[in-house]
Ligand binder design. Sequence first.
Ligand code: ATP
Ligand code: MG
Ligand code: FE
Length: 335
Amino acid sequence: SLILAIESSCDETSVAVIENGSLIKSNIVASQIKSHMRFGGVVPEVASRHHVEQITQVIDHAVADAGLTSVDEVDAIAVTQGPGLVGALLVGLTAAKTLAFVHEKPLIPVNHLAGHIYASQLIEPLAFPLLALIASGGHTELVYMAQDGSFEVIGETQDDAVGEAYDKIGRMLELPYPAGKYMDQLAQEGVESYQIPRAMLHEDNLDFSFSGMKSAVMNLIHNARQRGDEIVPADLATSFQNAVVDVLVEKTVRALAEYPDVRQFVLAGGVAANSGLREGLKSRLATDYPDVAVLIPPLNLCGDNAAMIGAASHHLFEQGRFGDLSINAKPGMML
Ligand code: ATP
Ligand code: MG
Ligand code: FE
């Protein structure tokens, strides 16, 4: 299949052309980061307006980059239906419906989180049963997949997502938005000298909690500032990152113990770009689960992009799971 995919759930306008769910013919990502930076976060109205301004150019660019002369040459149009910001989703969805109608192509609604998991299919074929850890700006969950398109959430955060915790701490340290990447850079320069709780580490479940860990760091900063003491941002970042990685790695290993038939582990979502997490998972799984293949996408496929939506749409295309022109955005869509 040759599929044109559109992603606009948050602050990147992205369009890709993907062959057979695995080969990237083109993947254009127009980021709005600069526009949101001065607000320290994504402003939904600003995001929608940018998507409207960008979408047609990004479609044209992706079509040309794929070596196509017209959208007529693709087999289907895939689009993120949710989760995400409703106004942002609606822009991509409207563009996708329009293309599907005009060019008489099937429309394939795709879950954004499924997209994050299927980003790994652009590297290597997925092998089932599979365990995925989604760590992103809005979600942190462990997902068991018995086969294509089957998602069982076996553990999840009870409060903040891990990316959100990174961003909030980074904002307090006056790092640019989104701060996760800068926190990660700092973490590579520091030493672990602050004690951060490993929330829920010893609880007998596969769930997470990052709000208390975030607050512990923010209280350290706040109290030091009140006393007029110095805090060492790099050491704080290292301490937080080590704590986060400990918890994520431990719960992943526990999930693998509970689901011994898993053949492949997939790291997914924006926080999959985190150096500590990538290394921590690779080395621990190599030791404890040498028979489980570990898939971690390259950095450019960790953050939001349409290539992953195209990858996730392939099996839906094969199964004829199409949407009609009346489908709506689903801001709270679940796996
Ligand atoms: P969701 O996918 O849950 O709907 P989202 O699409 O907004 O949310 P992503 O784009 O998948 O989130 O991920 C963005 C998040 O990843 C941000 O919180 C960002 O700070 C974080 N992030 C990116 N790079 C790193 C890194 N190296 N270390 C830690 N966090 C990072
Ligand atoms: Mg983003
Ligand atoms: Fe995302």
